[in-house]
Write a protein that binds this ligand. Structure first.
Ligand code: NDP
Length: 271
């Protein structure tokens, strides 16, 4: 049987790194993509090939996919994971910053999807696993642009899944809650660069209240296992939110409706 081949984006840290390692341990040949080669290089081994790439580089993405097909002849799994979190009040985040959030979190995913699909169609098989967030279904104040990007990925994923039905290609969404990686510290550092007038000071404090539990949250291995399961299961989940608190928050949003949910979140954030 030929080796299964996976492409994992955002593999230099957190969920992507844990996923690349776990897929490799489970018999996949993994192309591990990110910008920081100094973080990727130590992962290099018989089963993991690190590749420098910015997900906004459309030409680079096409070349990487061509390289995968030229060397391995196939691509079985795409894990779209590279993203960052643009925090800040919608009013205060510049349009340039908002645009960049979508360039990476939405169009970055879309570029990889469009690049791998012709090959998966030719093979008549493949898995596309898009990493979204609890905020992809339950938006909260201060996280608006990031939540909007993840909502967009949720919509694209659901649409794509329907469009590909019967092609042998499956699409799954994994929606993590708070996970201990580089993500939250980078989010908070980025927030520092967004000027907010005094009227938003309570909101800024509220964002920190919501993220205060991050050091005690689960590590990325939990999400990596869910991604492995979605890669190998005969019938992958359409959408898997985890840990359980993430599932419950999404259910609460659905049961409460936007008005009551917004009240509850504002109460939690003390705003
Ligand atoms: P990390 O910050 O630890 O990892 C993010 C990865 O994305 C890094 O490898 C980074 O690599 C890469 N990346 C970011 N921007 C680019 C870019 N322009 N081009 C290429 N690579 C890029 O975060 P996580 O592992 O936590 O996040 C992974 C996914 O999980 C994301 O989609 C995130 O939205 C989602 N998520 C995370 C949660 C959490 O609490 N951690 C909660 C909910 C969802 P480099 O900088 O080297 O390019």
């Amino acid at each position: 049987m030929s080796l299964k081949v996976a492409l994992v984006t955002g593999a230099s840290s957190g969920i992507g790194k844990a996923t690349a390692k776990l897929l490799a341990k489970n018999g996949y040949y993994v192309f591990a993509v990110a910008r920081r080669m100094e973080k990727l290089k130590p992962m290099s081994c018989d089963q993991i090939e690190p590749i420098h790439l910015d997900v906004v580089d459309a030409e680079g993405i096409r070349s990487v996919v061509e390289h995968i097909i030229a060397t391995k002849g196939r691509i079985d799994v795409l894990v779209n994971n590279a993203a960052y979190g643009q925090l800040g009040a919608i009013e205060c985040v510049s349009m340039e910053a908002a645009h960049q959030q979508f360039e990476v979190n939405v169009f970055g995913y879309a570029r990889f999807i469009q690049a791998v699909l012709p090959h998966m169609r030719y093979q008549k098989s493949g898995r596309i696993i898009n990493i979204t967030s609890i905020l992809g279904r339950a938006p909260i104040p201060g996280f608006g642009w990031y939540a909007a990007s993840k909502h967009a990925v949720e919509a694209l994923s659901e649409t794509l899944r329907s469009e590909l039905m019967g092609s042998g290609i499956d699409v799954a969404v994994i929606a993590p809650g708070l996970i201990k990686t580089e993500f939250v510290p980078k989010q908070l550092a980025l927030l520092e660069t967004i000027p907010h007038p005094p009227v938003y000071q309570k909101l800024l404090a509220g964002i920190r209240i919501l993220l205060v539990d991050e050091p005690r949250s689960p590590g990325p291995e939990m999400i990596a296992h869910a991604i492995l399961e979605a890669s190998t299961a005969r019938h992958p989940p359409i959408r898997h939110a985890l840990p359980i608190s993430s599932k419950m928050a999404i259910m609460a949003r659905w049961l409460m409706g936007p008005r009551l949910f917004s009240w509850a979140i504002r109460y939690l954030m003390k705003i």
